[in-house]
Design a protein around this ligand. Structure first.
Ligand SMILES: Cc1cc2nc3c(=O)[nH]c(=O)nc-3n(C[C@H](O)[C@H](O)[C@H](O)COP(=O)(O)OP(=O)(O)OC[C@H]3O[C@@H](n4cnc5c(N)ncnc54)[C@H](O)[C@@H]3O)c2cc1C
Length: 443
């Protein structure tokens, strides 16, 4: 039996960063907002978890200066970014176990010279490789780089004469880091867009923003406070199981067996969760089919606690010819000796049990840093559906925020932005959903 609740003005299902973004913008424009989250805490995939009494992130995240909507939202909710994020010039230091090295950094001068100077002084690239990067970067800005059809990142790089060594050294790690999708089938359209917004944007856009507090402290906690101050209703451990549609308009949603009546509903949940709620409704068959096309890529974060004097001497390094792709030094967040090792996308590591994978990662780190002692302890967080697969032609499957049902909106990193699955994409998506509702309120 379902019991009736008083009508709530705007209901949001899911309190990941897209749901929180929508909630904050709606609450800020004086709407009555209720947000329901199935798990015990806010933040979705970008949240912190407790392991062995240590607060770590559900997966190490990196923000960049181009995340302008993220920074705007943090400002709106009075989150002090200086205490949450460490802004540094882009520095890509890549190492291999056989001591090969590649370093690229930007300089504090106007774009594109910040990058050009970096390339000029990059000692580990040949003149020919530097020329190829500059040639590709110039082509990136031209409208003719890609015709209407999307192709794979690998195909694009080959067609612009990028040699295999440069692809392996630079473009492949960048593609995996930004799209979390193998270069052979990653979308060139999305990749080009990311490069244009970051590397080829302003100097500030290419900066790295390292998290110096845990993820929950960065957005979910300040957002919760902001929402409470704006009289929003936030309920955790509250799962939506059904949506109610009447005459092609949203009428409510069932949460924990209770009917929540509403005429405005945002589903800020991932495509697979959304599909479950929509599949019963024949009027949403096209959207349900669209959502079923999404595939997912994993990200493994291996946290290794070394003695507190162990450090990378920089916030992050890249690694190649290894299973591990990136190492982050959590010393920047006062977690001295804690190293987060990242492995993106699918691979044989996903078939290894935790002990075997930890041993492998540990031995790779030992090759890079032979003087380091063994870690004191290590843990793995495997997110099997960390991001959607950003494959060729993905933009044709990404739904808009508004749906064909009056009052029903979607939000999430997968909706029709031109970004891969990122917190910036999630925040933009939530803001668009909020803006569309605000517009519809005026009609
Ligand atoms: C390991 C890892 C590393 C990443 N690294 C980066 C990075 O470096 N930089 C970057 O920008 N992005 C990164 N991302 C991606 C980023 O975390 C996501 O793009 C973003 O958090 C997605 O937010 P969202 O609101 O769209 O979805 P989610 O975070 O998935 O939020 C959806 C919420 O809905 C809830 N929910 C689901 N079903 C229901 C239901 N039926 N009822 C109620 N609630 C429900 C879920 O519990 C969840 O809280 C990473 C992701 C992972 C997992």
């Amino acid at each position: 039996m379902t019991q009736k609740n008083p009508t709530k003005k705007i209901v949001i299902i899911g309190a990941g960063w897209s749901g929180l973004s929508a909630a904050c913008y709606l609450a800020n424009s004086s709407n009555k907002v209720s947000i329901y989250e199935s798990s015990k805490q806010l933040g979705g995939r970008a949240r912190s978890v407790e392991i062995n009494g240590n607060s770590v992130d559900n997966g190490q995240h990196l923000l960049i200066g181009a995340y302008q909507e993220t920074l705007k939202l943090l400002q709106l909710i009075s989150a002090n970014t200086n205490q949450l994020l460490l802004r540094q010039n882009l520095v890509l230091n890549m190492f291999s176990p056989n001591k090969e090295k590649f370093s690229l950094k930007t300089y504090n001068i106007a774009s594109p010279f910040h990058l050009l100077l970096g390339l000029l002084f990059c000692s580990n690239l040949t003149i020919s490789q530097k020329y190829k990067i500059i040639y590709f970067s110039i082509k990136l800005s031209s409208k003719t780089l890609l015709n209407k059809n999307d192709i794979s990142v690998l195909k694009l790089l080959k067609s612009y004469k990028q040699p295999n060594d440069l692809i392996k050294l630079l473009w492949e790690p960048l593609c995996i880091a930004t799209l979390n999708t193998p270069i052979e089938f990653a979308s060139a359209k999305v990749f080009v867009n990311v490069l244009k917004k970051s590397l080829l944007g302003s100097k500030q856009d290419s900066d790295f923003l390292f998290t110096i507090k845990n993820l929950s402290a960065i957005l979910p906690k300040p957002a919760e406070l902001f929402l409470q101050q704006h009289n929003a209703n936030i309920e955790t451990s509250s799962r939506a199981t059904e949506i109610i549609i009447n005459n092609n308009s949203i009428a409510g949603v069932i949460v924990n067996n209770k009917l929540i009546s509403t005429k405005k509903l945002i589903l800020a949940i991932p495509p697979y969760a959304c599909e479950k709620l929509l599949s019963k409704h024949s009027e949403l068959a096209i959207l349900t089919k669209q959502l079923s096309i999404f595939e997912y890529q994993p990200i493994c974060t291996i946290y290794l606690q070394y003695p507190s004097d162990i450090t990378l001497n920089q916030a992050m390094i890249g690694v190649w010819d290894t299973t591990v792709q990136w190492l982050f030094d959590r010393g920047v967040a006062n977690q001295h000796g804690l190293i987060a090792a990242i492995i993106s996308t699918h691979g044989t590591h996903m078939e290894m049990d935790n002990d075997t994978l930890i041993e492998k990662v540990q031995s790779e780190i030992a090759l890079l840093f032979p003087n380091w002692p063994a870690p004191l302890h290590a843990n793995i967080i495997r997110e099997k559906r960390a991001t959607f697969t950003c494959k060729v032609n993905i933009s044709t499957s990404r739904p808009t925020n508004a749906t064909t049902i009056t009052g029903l909106y979607l939000a999430g990193d997968y909706t029709a932005t031109d970004l891969p699955a990122t917190i910036e994409g999630a925040i933009i998506s939530g803001k668009i959903a909020a803006t569309e509702i605000n517009h519809s309120n005026k009609e």
